[in-house]
Design a protein around this ligand. Structure first.
Ligand SMILES: CC(C)(COP(=O)(O)OP(=O)(O)OC[C@H]1O[C@@H](n2cnc3c(N)ncnc32)[C@H](O)[C@@H]1OP(=O)(O)O)[C@@H](O)C(=O)NCCC(=O)NCCS
Length: 143
């Protein structure tokens, strides 16, 4: 089951965030995050346990994915794809572009994003502590 997160999910969000970024709690203040309407988080829940999340900023015509993570034991089951699907299907009409940064060495995540039409637009040197990032994105045609 996928649902939108709220501040009561803070501890689970931090637990999942720490799986991708050991500095997660310093980068994201959850109280502040939820105080802004343009920030969203969707959670995947399996047997009552929160095991995956996608975090994004939706502002004007653009959406930026900040994080996507699935707990180790639950990977390769389509959960990240379902989270991406949910985020995209809930986009307001205004969204024209989806972007994100990803570590150039994170082949699995890059494949996931390519499945959703995102392409590598640029390389951001030294974006992470020890590596570069790809800026990836996809533009949507609106009729
Ligand atoms: C990247 C991540 C979110 C993928 O989650 P997931 O639930 O396993 O992804 P899915 O099962 O939906 O897989 C979607 C696609 O991603 C690619 N993929 C994901 N894991 C892969 C792996 N281990 N090997 C090869 N391809 C992989 C595949 O193309 C896959 O499609 P397919 O199953 O049709 O081949 C997960 O591995 C993760 O949490 N990694 C650590 C956090 C991270 O790096 N997040 C991204 C940066 S913020």
């Amino acid at each position: 089951m996928i649902r939108k997160a709220n501040i009561k999910d803070k501890e689970d969000i931090i637990r999942l965030g720490n799986l991708v970024n050991h500095n997660f709690s310093n980068v994201y203040d959850m109280d502040e995050y939820f105080s802004n309407d343009y920030n969203v988080i969707y959670l995947d829940i399996e047997n009552g346990k929160i095991i995956g999340m996608i975090m994004a900023i939706i502002l004007y015509e653009s959406c930026e994915i900040l994080n996507i993570v699935v707990e180790d034991n639950y990977r390769r089951k389509g959960i990240a794809s379902n989270l991406m699907d949910t985020l995209i299907s809930e986009f307001p009409e205004s969204i024209e572009i989806l972007t994100l940064e990803v570590d150039v060495n994170n082949k699995n995540a890059i494949k996931l994003y390519q499945k959703f039409g995102l392409e590598i637009i640029n390389t951001r040197k030294d974006y992470y502590e020890n590596s570069d990032a790809y800026l990836m994105g996809v533009k949507y045609e609106r009729c």
